[in-house]
Design a protein around this ligand. Structure first.
Ligand SMILES: [Zn+2]
Length: 269
């Protein structure tokens, strides 16, 4: 078995590993997003609660002030009733009118505060409903994540063991190249050669679609030796391989139109 073939076995296991983990990663990202949104809701609720408390305190002060004024006005009215002179009566009346004007200002402010307090309470209610909904979604997301993790757990262990075994057979320098390619290109680290036109010897890299020189194919068709170097795409660097059926066709096993085509193809390779 050639180095490319040995590496391809590792690559196929890696593809499965990535595929399995990508579903879990997606579930984890979704869960993280729900947690983040819940935190945002909580922060907004804290701000609104603080505003509400502050307004309620101010409204309470106002109310106290109005009661104090009411009591004072009441006292003045009694004094007015018992006034000895017209002058005295007028003085009390002036004070009552001043206090009434003050009270009216407090009343207007109190009404504004009550409106704001109602608004804040509604906003908090809306937020609480939103939070309850988001909490449900978070619960489902958490379940989904755990389920996915459970589903793939055994398979991951299995694949990892398989990979450990396969990796041991790949020469170290080839493995280094492979790791670097995986880091750069992920699932495109290795790519099969694509046959465009066998008779014209037109082949491309299936990863970047660039044409490949004929020698690329010949390299891959060489009898397997353990130390043959990897064949890379000159354009994108992908480690190239040949699918079994493509290799057969390239070797001319499927026959051609012209006589002697088989022999010709073999000698070229
Ligand atoms: Zn390429």
């Amino acid at each position: 078995m050639s180095v490319t073939e040995k590496l391809l076995r590792v690559f196929r296991v890696d593809q499965q590993l990535r595929g399995l983990q990508s579903r879990l990663r997606a579930a984890e990202r979704f869960l993280d997003e729900q947690v983040r949104q819940l935190q945002q809701i909580d922060a907004r609720r804290d701000t609104l609660s603080a505003q509400l408390k502050q307004l309620q305190a101010v409204a309470g002060d106002n109310e106290g002030e109005m009661k104090r004024l009411d009591a004072r006005i009441e006292t003045l009215r009694e004094q007015m009733n018992n006034a000895k002179t017209n002058k005295e009566y007028k003085a009390f009346l002036t004070e009552v009118n001043t206090l009434k004007a003050d009270r009216s200002q407090y009343e207007t402010a109190a009404l504004e505060q009550m409106t704001k307090i109602d608004e804040l309470r509604k906003q908090i209610e809306t937020l609480d409903a939103e939070r309850a909904e988001r909490e449900k979604v978070r619960g489902v997301a958490h379940e989904d994540k755990s389920k996915r993790a459970d589903e793939i757990k055994d398979r991951l262990v299995q694949l990892q063991a398989e990979r450990d075994g396969l990796v041991k057979e790949v020469p170290l320098d080839a493995l280094k190249t492979y790791d670097e390619m995986v880091r750069q290109r992920g699932d495109e680290a290795m790519a099969p050669i694509e046959e465009l036109d066998r008779r014209r010897h037109e082949y491309t890299c299936s990863s970047c679609q660039m044409a490949l020189p004929m020698e690329t194919l010949s390299n891959l068709l060489r009898p397997s030796t353990s130390n043959a170097p990897l064949t890379r795409c000159v354009s994108c660097g992908a480690i190239l391989y040949l699918e079994a059926d493509a290799a057969e066709r390239a070797q001319g096993k499927s026959g051609g139109g012209k006589k002697g085509k088989k022999a010709q193809a073999s000698s070229e390779l």
